[in-house]
Design a protein around this ligand. Structure first.
Ligand code: 13P
Ligand code: SF4
Length: 344
């Protein structure tokens, strides 16, 4: 089914030096083994947009956090969900679809942003803030543990954070854990008092405005797409602030031919592969967590049905209520696997 020459030609759009025919010939054997195991195990693979490009070849759905949570909830015919992303994303899949076996092929794939919000600390902060803000709502970004989500009123993603905060009935909103996203939301929803948690993503925090300006100054007319986890000085340079799937859609639909996706480098790889007629420049950083899962990990995970994500019932139910609130507040229409490949 896979041809090493065609695979190399396709993936070389992302990285010509790495995806040689020799490397792709080895990958083809692994990709075919994964397809066989998917059939045997009745498994689907969900992959985040930042994953290694070869993983997209066996993914049933590739997308951003919102699209992944929607699609995880819709998995019916399979027994197993192999989640190629990071730990909080796999947890979210388990929360929304508890009867499935959810596998995260490499348990080291965490998220340093999610790690900045501890559930006990959050519980104490909520008690303290409610003494001075009797109308406090708590919105957590999806990049949090299930235990943290269980303490919040609603979850949001980068695709709907502004919409969720605007739709909350509360005037004061504790927003966690990303301070850059909180600042972006506060600007868009000035009628609310947004109280930020002091977390940040080490990947987006490191992207400097100067590197964006350098590319912009050399390419007049280039469209600059910025992830809202970036710092404010970088966001100010954006033609559009978008989730990762929002960037893919923007690049597909825009009349422009040149783009700069200011986010984790995997998105530039994905754009180069999926939108081959346009040109993508780079001012990106690599997330070490998002690159941890390999084809070998997926094979081992499907063979052993490990590592499995499990959650205590009370945590799962609490997190589910916050995630459902997000779906309610945005009246999200679910797009099942097999629908649009890149769903915002
Ligand atoms: P998206 O939901 O926009 O894909 O972002 C996920 C993420 O982890 C960004 O760092
Ligand atoms: Fe977490 Fe940042 Fe990596 Fe996204 S890019 S998974 S927020 S560390």
């Amino acid at each position: 089914m896979f041809d090493p020459i065609q695979l190399s030609q396709k993936l070389a759009r992302a990285d010509r030096t790495f995806y040689t025919q020799e490397v792709c010939a080895e990958m083809v054997l692994k990709l075919e083994r994964i397809l066989q195991l998917k059939r045997e195990r009745s498994a689907v693979i969900l992959a985040h947009n930042y994953q290694r490009p070869e993983i997209f070849e066996v993914a049933d759905y590739t997308g951003d956090s919102l699209g992944l949570s929607l699609n995880a909830a819709e998995v019916e015919d399979a027994e197993v969900i192999v989640f190629c992303g990071v730990h909080f994303m796999a947890e979210t899949a388990k929360v929304v679809n508890p009867s499935k076996t959810v596998l995260l092929p490499n348990l080291q794939a965490g998220c340093s942003l999610a790690d900045t919000a501890d559930a006990d600390d959050l519980a104490k902060r909520i008690v303290a803030l409610r003494l001075v803000h009797d109308d406090l709502g708590v919105v957590c970004y999806v990049n949090t543990t299930a235990a943290v989500k269980a303490l919040c009123d609603a979850v949001c993603t980068s695709a709907n954070a502004v919409e969720i905060v605007a739709a909350m009935p509360n005037k004061s909103i504790l927003f966690l854990p990303d301070r850059n996203l909180a600042a972006y939301v506060a600007k868009q929803v000035p009628e609310k008092e947004v109280i930020p948690w002091d977390g940040y993503c080490y990947v987006h925090q490191e992207i400097a405005a100067e590197s964006v300006i350098t590319v912009r100054d050399h390419h007049p007319g280039i469209k600059i797409l910025v992830h809202p986890e970036c710092r404010d000085d970088v966001l100010r340079l954006a033609d559009a602030a978008l989730s990762t799937s929002g960037m893919v859609k923007y690049a597909q639909k825009s009349d422009a031919m040149e783009f700069l996706a200011v986010t984790e480098c995997g998105l530039s790889d994905l754009l180069a592969i999926e939108v081959p007629n346009k040109r993508f420049y780079r001012a990106c950083k690599i997330c070490r967590f998002m690159k941890m899962i390999t084809l070998d990990d997926i094979i081992a995970s499907l063979e052993n049905l490990q590592p499995e994500i499990t959650l205590p019932d009370s945590v799962r139910a609490g997190a589910e209520a916050s995630i459902h609130r997000m779906f309610e507040l945005t009246r999200t229409v679910r797009s099942p696997i097999g629908g649009a490949a890149f769903c915002q």
